[in-house]
Design a protein around this ligand. Sequence first.
Ligand code: PLP
Length: 421
Amino acid sequence: MPAFSKILSLTGWSGRQPMRQYSAAAQSQLRELLGKQLSGIKEAGTFKAERIITSSQSTQITVQGSDQKILNFCANNYLGLANNPEIVQYSQQLLGKYGAGLSSVRFICGTQDIHKQLEQKISQFHGREDTILYASCFDANAGIFEAILTPEDAVFSDELNHASIIDGIRLCRAKKQRYKHRDLADLEQQLRSTDARLKLIATDGVFSMDGNIAPLARIVELAKKYDALVFVDECHATGFFGATGRGTEEYDNVMGEVDIINSTLGKALGGASGGYTTGPTELISFLRQKSRPYLFSNTLPPAVVAVGLKVMDMLLSSSELSQRVQSNTQRFRQAMTKAGFTIAGENHPICPVMLGDARLASSFADEMLTRGIYVIGFSYPVVPQGKARIRVQISAAHTESEIDQAIQAFIEVGRSLKVIK
Ligand code: PLP
């Protein structure tokens, strides 16, 4: 018997179903390993089940198993544009004209005139020199640090930055330094003691679990003092935060002083998908040459680009929607605080209703659903132990009566679960 056949016969291979035993054994090992971990996640009460929505994303949605409309308070649909008829119609129009997609990355044959137009409009919106589009902000964050930083450089990152910033920094070869959450004394101490060539401070503009804001004006001040660059992730700010929706730098009165902004098209800006980096011309040109998620991933589809284009036109001509989300936010925060709830964060449509206990947060959310209000409880490990909460997200599209309905439901459930008197 030839040696190879002998080896295979010893392993039980019959010749008719090549390799089946190997992969079956490996696969059952994989199933067992992951199955155990999944059981652990379920036992810990942190398993994330997905509710299936059967309507478009909106303030009123339907979910599988019921025809009843429920009020949605957990989307990042801050401007309420996710099912805006004008945007959907424009997207259909460009889908017809430009087709489903480009079957290409940007630098081969994936750049259409509409991609360049969207980049130009985003630059105009932020008052920046140039912009590069990505498939998502996760990609924009994954692609920037590795492209621009070398071992001679250092990056200073807020410890509570979004996972995509953390992953992006992991990929780069610069010296990695974490500073305590929004702690400027810690940041300054680290900046003072570095001898790095480029120093880059990286922070979320708005931290999405707490709805709190980076102290950007003081970060910019420190950056000037220590000759550092400032990078801000504006996913939870672009389009609606600050007086005209220009984001955290507008909110904190440092318009134009941040060096690099990364943000998403998948939240306030129509909710489809896509991300971008906006900043100095040389940076954007360099990213087009070096940034791996840009170089090695398909271009944004025309129907998605259309959403961004239409939203940018709307935001460049009016800031009415950002004012509406701000007044809705105030209405909710004020009434809930008056009712006795603790709402974390500052003036932001992310309104975490602090409850402490994980099971309380989960049963509170269930009770809210029976009253037609869709909110989600967050607990460890997504937030620290003992800091479970319900994260409410306000939209410009919520009517005052919808906000009041949610407040009323919170008060009823809060009383029945003895969270408030
Ligand atoms: N950065 C922050 C702060 C986010 O909250 C998110 C999304 O959850 C991202 C980046 C990723 O954005 P995208 O959905 O465009 O990948």
